[in-house]
Write a protein that binds this ligand. Sequence first.
Ligand SMILES: [Zn+2]
Length: 60
Amino acid sequence: MKQVAARCLLCGKTYDVEEDHKDFKKLSEQAKEVPSFICDFCSNRVRHESDEKRKEKKPI
Ligand SMILES: [Zn+2]
């Protein structure tokens, strides 16, 4: 299976993203030595945090 090494924008860790990852195509198209993405762990955390904020604050 093909892999691309990509760095997470939020935690700064480098992951080997495999061919079947939803962002693989996007990452392999980035003309950078190390493409950047948001890893699953961080995207879950961000989604969770924005859910929490929505509960606390009313939209303006
Ligand atoms: Zn991350």
